[in-house]
Design a protein around this ligand. Structure first.
Ligand code: ADP
Length: 473
């Protein structure tokens, strides 16, 4: 089966969050099952793209509103990926340093999607499945099924995976002229809440919908930033498939980004070595438990709770614990997190920014990873943490609910709480301190979580059987 994944992010070419990790891994595991999976994404000015050799496979212009933009499709030459990577170059729109957050993102991702459609049209072997990820490729199911110029693709099944339903890419009807030609009676398939809503359009037009965990599929029937009724209506064609992790990239035995590699056998020394490095760089106490947070500092992640929760935990257990935070986002939260540094020098520090290597070292060196998320469609951090022997402390929501069992439950191994509150976070941290003091139990749980299988094999098979079921219908 030939599968084309369409995404705004793909690790290692360009990563903002978990979307990149998923799209960078799933096709590799689908290929291992004997299929041909490819990825197509925008070309950004990232180090990866700038350094990589490529082959030009298509070159033309595409219309956008009243202008024509030259574009190219490149095939990146990188056999280490495990799949073919294609990229759409639109110099004036896509070729920028960041992936998102430009004022003209609507035009940028429309140009990307039109470029993808032109490329799909000209393929010698057309795809059996076009698999779209999040709203940046959300207009493709509409274009495939209703675009006047794309009739040869009409029978191609499209699948939408919702990695994050909060972001939908809405824009006003004043930009409808960006769309490729379609019959006006189909306009309702683009609209939700009086706007053109790419995610809603994909939910309506894709042949199947998946979410990145079963619990998230249930939750978005009730809270989905305005899409609840639509998602309930389309429930019949939806399924939740839990993400895996790329165990070739995320392996403490071989991870080249770690300070010290380790396995379950030399866990204590290995994690100790990584912790010692972190504590030296961030002036923390290597003899005390290390709590960490890695992620975007946004409301969804519960980041607004962290300054007060950290202050209270550090104050209540003065000198008995360390906290290290790696992340960026809301400027007020960043400032609050930095402001408490002076009060707890030697036990608390932050790295405001994005740093892939440091993230690996934090998973390797921390004792506990905090994820007090309000919304977590799947969450990869907790799975990386577990693979590296770091006990997850999570709020029971979405994929966190599906992957972490509280240590108080039979067979449990993590620390879970139910509410998004400062108290829940600090109470969980107190429980973690109790666990840390019981060294034998702590080590047993670390070994237990390192052995949990979160690999992609199972999920990759699940996607293939979903595609197969579409193709029989
Ligand atoms: P989301 O995609 O919602 O941000 P996920 O848990 O699905 O959350 O994935 C987050 C990914 O981004 C993980 O690979 C995590 O390690 C990484 N990440 C998040 N913030 C940072 C950061 N500041 N520096 C390095 N890696 C980060």
């Amino acid at each position: 089966m030939k599968i084309v994944h369409v995404s705004a992010e793909c690790y290692p070419a360009a990563k903002v969050g978990g979307l990149a990790d998923v799209v960078g891994a799933l096709p590799k595991y689908q290929n291992a099952l004997g299929h041909t999976a490819q990825v197509v994404m925008p070309y950004y000015k990232t180090k990866y793209f700038l350094e990589r050799p490529y082959r030009v496979v298509q070159e033309a212009t595409l219309p956008l509103g009243h202008q024509f933009y030259p574009y190219k499709i490149l095939q990146i030459e990188d056999s280490s990926l495990g799949y073919e990577l294609y990229t759409v170059v639109v110099h004036d729109l896509l070729e920028r340093e960041n992936v998102y957050s430009y004022g003209d993102d609507t035009a940028r991702f429309m140009a990307f999607q039109k470029g993808v459609m032109e490329w799909l049209l000209r393929q010698q072997v057309p795809p059996d499945i076009v698999h779209c990820h999040d709203h940046h490729s959300g207009l493709i199911p509409f274009m495939v099924s209703k675009g006047v110029h794309y009739t040869s693709l009409r029978q191609t099944p499209t699948v939408l995976t919702i990695h994050n339903g909060q972001y939908q890419g809405q824009f006003g009807f004043d930009l409808i002229h960006f769309m490729p030609e379609f019959y006006r009676h189909d306009i309702g398939l683009l609209e939700w809440g009086g706007m053109i809503n790419p995610l809603a359009s994909a939910i309506k037009c894709a042949w199947r919908i998946t979410t990145v965990s079963p619990s998230y599929l249930e939750e978005i029937q009730h809270t989905a930033n305005g899409l609840e009724a639509l998602l309930s209506h389309e429930r019949g064609k939806s399924v939740g498939i839990l993400n895996g992790i790329d165990t070739q990239v995320w392996n403490p035995v071989t991870d080249p980004m770690l300070h010290v590699n380790y396995s379950i056998e030399d866990l204590e020394e290995g994690k100790g070595g990584n912790k010692a490095w972190l504590c030296e760089i961030f002036q923390l106490d290597p003899n005390k438990p290390l709590f960490a947070f890695i992620g975007r500092l946004v409301y969804e992640k519960g980041a607004d709770l962290l300054p007060e929760a950290f202050y209270q935990a550090l104050n209540d257990h003065r000198g008995r614990l360390n906290i290290l935070l790696l992340g960026s986002g809301d400027i007020n939260v960043e400032n609050q997190l930095n402001n408490i540094k002076n009060s707890f020098a030697g036990n608390y520090n932050t790295y405001i920014g994005y740093n892939e290597e440091l993230a690996h070292r934090v998973y390797g060196g921390a004792d506990f990873l905090l994820m007090p998320s309000r919304v977590e469609p799947c969450g990869l951090n907790q799975m990386y943490a577990m693979r590296y022997g770091t006990i997850p402390i999570v709020r029971r929501t979405g994929g966190l609910r599906d992957t972490v069992l509280d240590m108080g439950d039979p067979g449990g191994f993590g620390i879970c709480h139910d509410q998004s509150s400062v108290w829940d976070v600090t109470y969980s941290m107190s429980r973690a301190l109790g666990l840390y003091e019981d060294n034998e139990r702590f080590r047993t749980l670390q070994k237990q979580i390192m052995q949990i299988d979160h690999s992609w094999e199972k999920a990759a098979e699940h996607y293939i059987s979903l595609y197969n079921r579409i193709n029989i219908i």
